[in-house]
Design a protein around this ligand. Structure first.
Ligand SMILES: *[C@@H]1O[C@H](CO)[C@@H](O)[C@H](O)[C@H]1NC(C)=O
Ligand SMILES: *[C@@H]1O[C@H](CO)[C@@H](O)[C@H](O)[C@H]1NC(C)=O
Ligand SMILES: *[C@@H]1O[C@H](CO)[C@@H](O)[C@H](O)[C@H]1NC(C)=O
Ligand SMILES: *[C@@H]1O[C@H](CO)[C@@H](O)[C@H](O)[C@H]1NC(C)=O
Ligand SMILES: *[C@@H]1O[C@H](CO)[C@@H](O)[C@H](O)[C@H]1NC(C)=O
Ligand SMILES: *[C@@H]1O[C@H](CO)[C@@H](O)[C@H](O)[C@H]1NC(C)=O
Ligand SMILES: *[C@@H]1O[C@H](CO)[C@@H](O)[C@H](O)[C@H]1NC(C)=O
Ligand SMILES: *[C@@H]1O[C@H](CO)[C@@H](O)[C@H](O)[C@H]1NC(C)=O
Ligand SMILES: *[C@@H]1O[C@H](CO)[C@@H](O)[C@H](O)[C@H]1NC(C)=O
Ligand SMILES: *[C@@H]1O[C@H](CO)[C@@H](O)[C@H](O)[C@H]1NC(C)=O
Ligand SMILES: *[C@@H]1O[C@H](CO)[C@@H](O)[C@H](O)[C@H]1NC(C)=O
Length: 493
């Protein structure tokens, strides 16, 4: 359960080309090498370029999904925004393909990997608490783990990611569903400022006063430059209750009823992610519980009355809870050969929708396992409180804040290298089937936005950004007239 679960909550900086970067004319490995050397000569001692097969290079290009790793010509670790500015100017003027990697958890090819120059953000690693303003500055190369750890020591937290090993940058730039979303909003709603290297190399601080960039950076991923630092609101954090419990397939009806009642309570302190997996012919429910307080209200009573086959819940510090739901030992970097994510959006995990989700995992789990018996399929229903989008102003994502929609994520992992198109077909088919079931059940979701951090490569921009696409394209043309960020992968406006 550990890795697939990790992947479910993951994201990254990164592509699928809507407008493919113009390929370099006649570019070859010696051109790339020349660019790497040019960068190496231009940066300060705070930054460094690495070449294959050095260990640091290997670390810089790694991703949790092995199949999307690309052999870059070199990797570069910028140590300051000024050096990153120099690097971006060189990449832009030489039209060199590049990629920017934060946590490396995307499953989409080319979103944060490249055969050109790999920018690894790891040196942007500060966590600096600003007591006066109740905020914290967080470097864009960090995972949530050290941020929560630093803040825990002074009784604070941020509304970040749910699972250890996931990067701050991708979570925040793409949206950010987490443990505190029902209380405080998406992670992007808790940002108070960005330090950004614009596509032309100018370093700026972006705040809510910069109307267009503020709108675009909040959900628009790497379209507008490279963020080096985020400033987040902090919140006081005491002990929490929760954990993961496992349930047999025979509990479907009881879980369905408990989930419906749970959603109706609309309790902002209570979260539950109802996940299900199909591996080696076996179906299993895993429910992740999280309550922001040492003792839950009665909100989980119906769930807790269901006979569980394993797992446990307890009261812990926020940080210990966070570590407990990740890979063990904490900090381990897990990886798989092949993996894809995708998503659907619903306004409620109603009984009819829940049954279709369970039917789909059983149907596709059996089909895909017949092609590759190592296949693991996991879905997660992620309900939040109704007010989750009321905590922030207009942003690239979600395109419509007027009513709540909740993601359901779909993940597959496999090892047979011939199956990538089959897996992508399956996930798109599952997403459509769940959407159609929700529509048939009376939900207004025929055009509900898909979460960009879960959406599979090839997803049309309109399916994630809806009516915002036009404005986002206009901002992109203004901020990046030379299409420098088009040299990097990711969703592109
Ligand atoms: C690579 O391309 C450059 C032009 O961009 C050319 O001058 C050079 O000869 C090429 N090198 C090789 C090894 O093909
Ligand atoms: C941050 O990165 C620098 C290297 O650039 C390293 O010396 C330092 O120990 C790191 N700090 C933390 C808190 O990891
Ligand atoms: C951004 O803000 C920080 C903190 O206020 C300041 O030190 C820095 O100089 C600013 N950078 C720019 C490019 O304005
Ligand atoms: C709970 O499930 C276990 C194994 O699945 C079974 O042995 C036990 O009888 C069940 N208990 C109740 C109260 O249903
Ligand atoms: C928690 O649940 C897991 C899975 O059933 C089990 O292996 C572990 O021993 C349990 N831990 C405690 C403290 O009960
Ligand atoms: C999976 O298939 C391989 C051959 O393709 C076989 O060697 C292996 O035993 C199978 N594993 C399981 C768990 O069925
Ligand atoms: C759910 O809770 C939010 C926040 O407390 C509140 O604004 C909203 O009206 C509630 N909605 C429903 C349907 O109970
Ligand atoms: C991999 O999948 C293909 C179908 O795409 C199948 O023909 C082949 O036997 C599979 N290989 C293994 C080792 O299971
Ligand atoms: C699918 O696999 C083939 C063969 O390994 C590869 O050429 C192709 O790029 C892969 N596509 C994706 C989207 O990963
Ligand atoms: C999903 O796939 C099935 C066949 O496996 C097909 O009949 C159905 O039309 C597909 N549905 C969608 C929405 O693509
Ligand atoms: C860089 O881009 C920004 C945003 O479009 C613009 O305001 C600034 O003037 C540009 N700087 C240079 C040196 O062209």
């Amino acid at each position: 359960m550990a890795l697939i679960t990790l992947l479910l909550y993951a994201l990254s900086l990164g592509l699928l080309s809507y407008a493919q970067p113009e390929p370099l004319q006649n570019y070859n490995s010696s051109d790339l090498l020349a660019t790497c050397n040019k960068i190496s000569a231009a940066i300060s001692g705070a930054s460094q370029v690495f070449f294959p097969p050095s260990p640091q290079y290997t670390l810089d290009i790694r991703h949790s999904t092995a199949s999307i790793i690309e052999e870059s010509a070199c990797s570069v670790e910028p140590g300051s925004a000024e050096d990153l500015s120099v690097i971006l100017c060189i990449l832009g003027s030489t039209r060199t393909p590049f990629a920017v990697e934060g946590g490396g958890r995307t499953t989409n090819p080319g979103f944060s990997s490249t055969t050109g120059v790999q920018i690894a953000m790891t040196r942007f690693n500060e966590t600096k608490v600003n007591s006066d303003s109740g905020t914290v500055d967080v470097g864009a190369g960090l995972n949530w783990d050290p941020v929560y750890q630093t803040l825990a020591a002074i009784g604070l937290t941020v509304a970040g990611g749910r699972i250890p090993g996931v990067g701050v940058a991708g979570t925040t730039l793409g949206g950010g569903y987490g443990l505190l979303t029902s209380q405080y909003g998406l992670t992007l709603d808790t940002v108070t400022g960005y330090e950004l290297v614009l596509p032309n190399g100018t370093v700026v601080n972006v705040t809510s006063e910069d109307e267009d960039l503020w709108f675009g950076l909040r959900g628009g991923l790497n379209n507008f430059g490279i963020v080096t630092k985020f400033t987040f609101k902090t919140y006081p954090q005491g002990n929490v209750w929760g954990g993961a419990r496992l349930y047999a397939a025979s509990q479907q009806d009881a879980i369905k009823a408990a989930l419906l009642k749970f959603q109706q309570q609309n309790d902002t302190k209570a979260e539950a992610s109802v996940s299900m997996s199909y591996t080696s012919g076996k179906f299993l429910f895993t429910i992740f519980y999280f309550y922001d307080g040492p003792t839950p209200s009665g909100v989980y009573d119906d769930f807790l009355a269901i006979n569980s086959t394993g797992g446990n819940v307890s009261t812990n510090s926020f940080y210990d809870y966070f570590l407990s739901v990740g890979p063990q030992p904490p900090g381990a970097f897990e990886s798989v050969a092949f993996a894809d994510f995708h998503a659907a959006s619903v306004t409620q995990f109603s009984p009819a929708v829940f049954d279709v989700i369970v039917d789909q995992i059983n149907l596709w789990g059996a089909r895909l396992s017949a092609l590759d018996n190592t296949t693991a399929v996991e879905f997660a229903c992620q309900p939040f409180a109704q007010g989750l989008f009321s905590h922030g102003s207009a942003s690239a994502y979600p395109p419509d804040r007027s009513h709540a929609i909740f993601p359901v994520s779909f993940t597959t992992e496999w090892t047979n290298s011939t199956l990538n198109d089959t897996m992508a077909y399956a996930l798109r088919n599952i997403s459509s089937a769940v959407r159609d079931a929700a529509v048939a059940d009376g939900q207004d979701v025929s055009h509900a936005a898909l979460y960009p951090n879960y959406a599979i490569y090839g997803t049309p921009l309109e399916d994630m950004y809806g009516g915002n696409v036009k404005r986002l394209r206009k901002i992109r043309r203004e901020i990046d007239p030379e299409d420098v960020m088009g040299l990097a992968g990711g969703w592109k406006f």
